[in-house]
Design a protein around this ligand. Structure first.
Ligand code: SAH
Length: 331
């Protein structure tokens, strides 16, 4: 819901300030499907609100999944569509949210990039994905949020920060900073700005290769921010925040040689707070090929020998194209 417009409307009706806070609280609680259900408001106010505002900016178009992973296609007010994923296999139920419709970065292995960039999501559209899931799974609720859906969060900076504030606020969705993670393809100057925010929100970097020329071929953003610059920004981040920094590395048949392991080790050894998350590449049309089991094992053996600590992420949701890098709405 557009809170600026709501405030303007309530002011124009000379309603006291607490009404605004009350409606916003109802909205964030996710307990109301529409204004009519807000029986703590007068009937006339409810009907005025219903006629002028939509409580949520996202509408469910299609939902698929199983017990561990669900993926929803959500329609926005301008009929654009985004996908959002819910993962329920850990201690915490995790919502994987989108930050943009499409993405400008065009990483070769990611389905979202193949759609091109359409537009940024506004803060409500980001938050409403979480409220949507809270409503869906009530009385359970989302405990963790990861910005690993469609889009590059650091290229939607202002709206990302506005959304984070509400997600994290005790008068908003009240999700602790340590339960929130942002993933970036490596927008180096924003990594520095993020470090300067002094927040406990987690950061992950989509690295995928530490060979500059190969990284450029699979992640065009590497031409703008090369590995040296990216590493400098990452070192700034860990030195400033003293927090661990996670590097996502999808295992393909082209980035898992002995030499790749050595280059990755050199990069990761630059700081003791650098960690690697390996993930077998999820298949995407016209994308890269996943490393074979044998290639994966060889690569991990090489990393072991080089003294690299890593975790191997399990992949969920492939069946419904709900896994990392598989979100797109032009299919
Ligand atoms: N633009 C941001 C967030 C979206 S991608 C970023 O690039 O980080 C979310 C995560 O999915 C990132 O870690 C990304 O590297 C990973 N990813 C993208 N495509 C993938 C694929 N085909 N298989 C596995 N992981 C993928």
């Amino acid at each position: 819901m557009d809170l600026v417009k709501l405030k303007e409307f309530l002011d124009s009706q000379n309603l006291p300030a607490f009404r605004f806070r009350q409606i916003v609280k109802n909205y964030y609680s996710g307990r109301y499907a529409n204004f009519d259900q807000m029986t703590d408001l007068s009937l006339s106010l409810r009907s005025q609100l219903s006629s002028q505002f939509s409580l949520y900016s996202v509408v469910e178009e299609k939902i698929i999944g199983d017990q561990s992973t669900q993926k929803v296609l959500l329609k926005l007010e301008d009929n654009q569509k985004i996908e959002s994923v819910l993962m329920n296999y850990d201690d915490w139920i995790t919502a994987c949210v989108s930050s943009q419709v499409g993405c400008a970065l065009n990483c070769q292995f990611c389905a979202t990039g193949k759609m091109g960039f359409i537009r940024n999501l506004n803060p409500e559209e980001i938050i409403d994905q979480i409220i949507y899931w809270n409503q869906k799974i009530s009385p359970s609720f989302v405990g963790r949020v990861v910005f690993m859906g469609m889009g590059e969060p650091f290229l939607n900076w202002d709206n990302l920060l506005a959304a984070l504030e509400i997600i994290n606020s005790s008068t908003g969705l009240n999700i602790g900073a340590r339960k929130i993670s942002i993933s970036t393809a490596g927008v180096a100057d924003k990594i520095i700005e993020f470090a300067n925010l002094d927040t406990q929100i987690n950061l992950a970097i989509s690295l995928h290769s530490t060979n500059q020329s190969f990284r450029e071929t699979i992640m065009p953003i590497a031409k703008k921010y090369n590995l040296e610059e990216l590493k400098k920004a990452c070192l700034y981040y860990v030195n400033k925040t003293n927090r661990q920094l996670f590097f996502e590395y999808a295992l393909t048949d082209k980035n898992t040689s002995q030499n790749d392991a050595q280059l990755l080790a050199n990069f990761i050894h630059s700081h003791h707070l650098f960690f690697v998350n390996l993930i077998p590449l999820n298949p995407v049309e016209d994308g890269l090929d996943c490393a074979t089991k044998e290639q994966q094992e060889k690569f991990m053996n090489s990393l072991d020998q080089l003294g690299i600590i890593y975790s191997l992420r399990r992949s969920f949701g492939q069946k419904f194209s709900a896994a990392c890098g598989q979100l797109a709405t032009n299919k």
